[in-house]
Design a protein around this ligand. Sequence first.
Ligand SMILES: [Zn+2]
Length: 89
Amino acid sequence: MTQHIPCHRCGKIHEIPPLRAGQRAECTRCGSLFSPVGCRRTTSSRTAAAAVAAFVLFWPAILCPILEIEKMGIRQQSSILGGTIDVFR
Ligand SMILES: [Zn+2]
């Protein structure tokens, strides 16, 4: 099945037939290479890496204090999770 894929560099639309192993498609305008059709494995691993990184960074983002208020010598810190809990109290 032929696909219409825009070049990631210049945006020109190309009609690219399914590529076999070892074949590569090249943009006729700027010469950049298109990702092979069987490149889903690379895309999946990048997506998985981004999801794992987001999961690791999520916890410090909601647990670390982002707001500090000092009033009459009393200092109070609040995090996103703490603020959310305070809303429902
Ligand atoms: Zn191009």
